[in-house]
Write a protein that binds this ligand. Structure first.
Ligand SMILES: Cc1cc2nc3c(=O)[nH]c(=O)nc-3n(C[C@H](O)[C@H](O)[C@H](O)COP(=O)(O)OP(=O)(O)OC[C@H]3O[C@@H](n4cnc5c(N)ncnc54)[C@H](O)[C@@H]3O)c2cc1C
Length: 480
């Protein structure tokens, strides 16, 4: 441990306006924003390559895997050619990994170029606070350097929760970081945890015709999504023979013939070739030596911040991204990072819009913006719904789509759009039309009076709006 004399001798290379710890979406966006404001910025990243969970083990790998699976299996064409249709007859882990590595290399190259163009400096090493203004960084070779900055962002993200009683072995009992690099495809898979990550992987593997059992202690999944959508989604999963074991906790594991057997508290046994444990994530704040800067984290390693500025209780230290908890999305993390950097350097920003989209890249995908029907009821807003099935659109027919639905909610008094909920092909792209109308305070009339490209899946907006219009009290009735 250095004695402190090294702080006095800090060189220009070690003094910055802004230090960003972690190069995931929030750190990356914050660093570039601060650099664009003319600030000197250092990003410290403990991984060998920049990009964070988003690039290396989370968003991009899982979405690349999904796209590869949908392409190689011919999933999108099965409406026409039947369930046995496959573009590639034998799909192995190698096929999946090849495309993954190409995508990751590209993402890292783009990010490195962005940093270089904006004169953001990066160092590889694990950062920890020495005091509220000084950061020690231990490099890969064990060398220790000390850096200082006026403002600091702790954007350290999370890692998979690995309970001691789960027999992780890197071979057939894996966490969500390890599943990305599997060496062979299992014939059967138990996924523990029906949160977003568990549901995404369960449905991706099921699309590969792997026999999947999804295990969840609660009776329901994805509780923040509109229930009608989840009912439709659940029906689709059951229809393709996915097994859902909900309402019972995992009691333990045994191995039979080297295969893991997941034992449930209700006495059921789920024997599969592989287990993916995807129940929860922990903040990486334990590496930061938080006591040295006067901060503490909660039991899941998360930091508390002011949700408007992303300042912690130590005003020059900010935090953003998954380290601060919900919603834990790459999309929201980027925006949090930008807001934190602007606030740190005195740039006023308008408040963030109330509603942002949520995308779940399961098969089929789900996307939602605004209030669910349950939320609208809770708030006591008189409302009406409109529903469209994708098979009602010409584009849906052309694409051979038999499933998928859109649900829209409108306020009866103001006719304003309150929420859009989509399950099915293209949901995560389609939702942005609803998002724009919602955040611009648009009404039902927008969808009725405007022309949409034809044939498109976006036509579902018109169909759902007309469905709601049919049920809504007429304007003249309201006026009386
Ligand atoms: C399987 C999976 C799928 C996902 N899919 C989506 C999706 O489809 N869409 C979406 O919007 N979001 C998705 N997410 C969430 C998304 O990946 C995260 O919200 C996002 O990565 C969080 O960004 P972050 O800025 O908090 O940093 P992270 O991406 O978590 O990165 C943090 C970085 O900090 C580094 N670090 C930690 N401690 C230190 C230290 N002491 N010193 C130096 N460096 C340190 C880590 O090495 C890491 O590189 C997914 C996540 C997972 C796991």
């Amino acid at each position: 441990m250095p004695d402190g004399s090294d702080i006095a001798s800090l060189t220009d290379q070690m003094v910055y306006d802004f230090i960003v710890i972690g190069s995931g979406p929030s750190g990356r966006r914050a660093a570039i924003q601060a650099a664009k404001l003319g600030k000197s910025v250092l990003v410290i990243e403990k991984g060998r390559r920049v990009g964070g969970v988003s690039v290396h083990t989370g968003t991009i790998p899982s979405k690349t895997l999904r796209e590869t699976v949908l392409n190689l299996t011919g999933w999108r064409e099965r409406g026409f050619y039947g369930q046995s249709y496959r573009v590639k007859k034998e799909i192995g882990a190698k096929d999946l990994l090849a495309r993954l590595h190409m995508t990751l290399n590209h993402e890292v190259a783009v990010l490195e170029h962005q940093f270089a163009r904006n004169l953001v400096r990066t160092v590889v090493g694990t950062a920890r606070f020495r005091d509220p203004h000084h950061i020690e960084v231990v490099g890969e070779d064990g060398e220790l350097n000390v850096y200082t900055a006026e403002k600091i962002l702790a954007s350290v993200g999370t890692r998979p929760h690995r309970p001691k009683d789960v027999p992780f072995n890197g071979v057939n009992v894996l966490d969500s970081d390890e599943i990305v690099e599997i060496s062979h495809l299992p014939r059967s898979l138990a996924v523990i945890g029906a949160g977003v990550i568990g549901v995404e992987y369960a449905t991706i593997f099921s699309a590969l015709d792997v026999q999947v059992t999804l295990i969840e202690p609660r009776e329901t999944m994805l509780d923040f999504i509109d229930r009608e959508l989840i009912d439709d989604f659940t029906h689709q999963l059951r229809d393709r023979a996915m097994t859902l074991r909900f309402g019972s906790k995992v009691a333990g594991f045994v191995f039979e013939d080297h295969h893991p057997v997941t034992l449930l508290e209700n006495g059921r046994r789920v024997k599969t070739e592989m287990v993916l444990y995807a129940a929860g994530r922990m903040g990486n704040t334990d590496l930061l030596n938080l006591e040295a800067c006067g901060l503490t984290s909660d039991s899941r390693g998360r930091l508390a911040v002011d949700p408007k500025t992303f300042q912690t209780s130590v005003p020059h230290i900010y935090s953003a991204g998954d380290a601060i908890g919900f919603p834990s999305l790459a999309s929201t993390s980027m925006e949090q990072g930008r807001i934190a950097a602007c606030h740190a350097f005195g740039i006023p920003l308008p408040p963030a819009p109330e509603f942002f989209p949520y995308g779940i890249y399961s098969v089929p995908e789900i996307s939602t913006v605004g209030m669910s029907e349950q939320e609208v009821r809770k708030r006591g807003i008189p409302y009406e719904c409109g529903i469209a099935r994708f098979r009602e659109t010409s584009r849906g027919h052309i694409m051979g789509i038999n499933t998928g639905m859109m649900k829209m909610l409108f306020a009866i008094d103001t006719r304003r759009l309150l929420g859009v909920h989509i399950v099915g092909e293209g949901a995560t792209e389609l939702v942005h039309i609803g998002q724009a109308v919602l955040n611009l305070n648009g009404t039902l009339e927008y969808f009725i009076e405007n022309i949409f490209n034809y044939p498109t899946l976006a036509e579902a907006y018109k169909i759902a709006a007309l469905d709601a219009w049919n049920r809504m009290p007429r304007a003249e009735v309201l006026a009386r």
